[in-house]
Design a protein around this ligand. Structure first.
Ligand code: ZN
Length: 309
């Protein structure tokens, strides 16, 4: 283990222990899976209302999807090709009485009982905007495109000691479906708006060109292309560590990937382009606790005023 890696682990442990000791996070025994206290949840609610105040003048369509999505939809997104190591598949028991006995025997013998399970029709949602696209399938967009306001729990199998790297967390997203120009304009608008919102609550953020954690050797090529074309931006800030900054918001231009896959057309008959901007709600709360202290009652009047808490 190199020196900086060791100090990072220490920073993660230290902040995580502070949060657990303060009762803001409730441990589950699994890395990256926590319950949240009322205070923690209150900060998320307040921040979401702030986003709503900024987003509602644009009159987005508001949609809320559950944290599971149709397995067929999942397969249409290319997530299994590009990030298979992060997926979550929901399996269940579909056997008869005899199969149940076998399941129970394995459980009691402390053997792998999951071999008796079968896949259900659903997968865990890996990104908040994935459930949206099939609802727009085989449609022609209005001339001005569509703007959708989403919030969902998303699952990523990446257990970590970093309290900011949860396996399940909420993303608040604004997605644009439209022409290439409309998708780009949306990304640019929210990249600036996101910085304005986060700065207003005292977080110093920096916009960086980023890439998704694509899997394997082919993934490195995809990551390089994504960087070259500047398709993904992140707003990063110090959360657990000052040396390794954490993304608390990200914007993605998907080009016509979803438009093609789900047959979504613009009014001029081309494949729709899509772009989304997401706010990582648990991470933003963790950044606020780090910056302003673990007790929101003691945050500055300015920050409390902006958050209306
Ligand atoms: Zn998205």
């Amino acid at each position: 283990m190199c020196g900086s890696h060791g100090s990072l682990e220490l920073a993660y442990d230290e902040y995580r222990n502070q949060l657990l000791d303060a009762g803001l996070l409730l441990g589950s025994g699994v890395s990256g899976v926590y319950g949240l206290s009322g205070t923690f949840e209150g900060v998320i609610e307040a921040f979401e209302k702030l986003i709503t105040r900024h987003g509602s003048p644009l009159n987005p369509e508001v949609m809320r999807f559950p944290p599971i999505l149709n397995r067929k939809t999942y397969l249409s997104t290319d997530h299994i090709e590009t990030m298979p190591d992060l997926m979550g598949s929901v399996h269940t028991f579909k056997g008869d009485q005899r199969a149940h006995l076998k399941l129970m025997q394995k459980k009691h013998a402390d053997e792998d009982w999951t071999t008796e399970l079968a896949p259900s029709d659903v997968m865990m949602v890996p990104a908040a905007c994935y459930p949206l696209y099939p609802t727009a399938a085989d449609s022609i967009l209005p001339e001005e495109g569509r703007l959708v306001d989403l919030r969902a729990f998303v699952f990523r199998h990446e257990p970590s000691p970093d309290p900011a790297r949860m396996q399940i967390f909420r993303q608040r997203e604004f997605v644009k479906l439209g022409t290439p120009e409309q998708a780009h304009a949306h990304r640019d608008y929210w990249l600036e708006k996101g910085q304005e919102i986060l700065t207003s609550v005292g977080l110093q953020v920096e916009a960086i060109i980023a890439n998704d954690p694509f899997f394997g050797r082919g993934g490195r090529v995809m990551a390089a292309t994504q960087q070259e074309q500047a398709l993904k931006f992140e707003l990063v800030t110090a959360v657990a560590s000052e040396e390794k900054l954490t993304a608390i918001s990200s914007s993605n231009c998907h080009l016509d990937h979803f438009g093609k896959e789900f047959n979504i057309k613009t009014s001029d008959g081309n494949d729709a382009h899509t772009a989304c901007i997401g706010f990582g709600l648990e991470r933003i709360a963790l950044a606020l606790f780090k910056k302003h202290g673990l007790d929101p009652d003691k945050w500055s009047p300015e920050v409390r005023g902006i958050l209306e808490i």
